[in-house]
Design a protein around this ligand. Sequence first.
Ligand code: ZN
Length: 323
Amino acid sequence: MSYVLAVDLGATNIRVALGTREGKLLVKVKEKTVREGDEYSVANQIVNIINKHFSNAIRKVAGIGIGSIGPLDLKKGRIIKPVNLPFKTIELKTPIEEKLGLKVRILNDAVAAVWGEKIFGLGVNVANIVYITLSTGIGAGVIVDNHLLLGKDGNAHEVGHIIVDFNGTMRCGCGKLGHWEAYASGRNIPEYAMYLIETKFSQLLGKSSLKKYVENRKLSSETLFKEARNGDALALKIVEEIGKINAAGFASVINAYDPELITIGGAIALNNRELILKYLAKYLDFYVINRKPKITITPLGEDIVLYGALAMIIQEPECSTAL
Ligand SMILES: [Zn+2]
């Protein structure tokens, strides 16, 4: 059994890779995630991708690891009411196991990612690791004392909803107030940036390269960070405010889990390494109480969920639920 199949199941794309036991991703395939059909459509799509691209290798495959969007019912191996896909439930484990005759393990994508970091990344020989993704949303995977944290419903790692502002200036996508994700995730940064521009930074708009985007209400997270990298004063002020919010979020993670290592991934972090790390370094000490961990960008990059999916088959995580 020399190979493993790794699946990164996102709301936009499904990525499938054939990998080796040593952690090498040999072939990667990407398709848009299906948005029509029933609770078996996504599983059928994954089975079809595997049959189409990996049929030659399948006899030598030890199992299929899936890092998935949530929320998951880990015991039943399904997704329940995904926010960004039009299905009530998505059955994964049972139909894929039945159709391919292979063992399937599933974890939330950021949870899979931290296991990938431990087996194939910077976390080898590290017992306490947190992986944080700064992307469309904010998520994490947490390993404490070599134990992968899941919680009673599998949500022990939902750090995106940590409260960074009890006054609740911004409302989160989950409907509640003051959550980290409402200020610093790709989905919500534009609204928070507009709020800052209309309040404390209104004087800076006149000379800013952000002006035309603001006037057309077309300011995106990507544009904001791009103009900050170009040195625009207003964009930098906003990115620094987001940096303070991130520092509060990271400090809460450090205060709660006491990690030795935090690795960061997700498009916002991978595209803005210096800006993200700079403001964490500047503001973390205002909030953190535990001894600070090493904090760095993950070397596994945008493939970290695939590495995690690979890792969960090669070495089953020690956790409270049998996967
Ligand atoms: Zn929330």
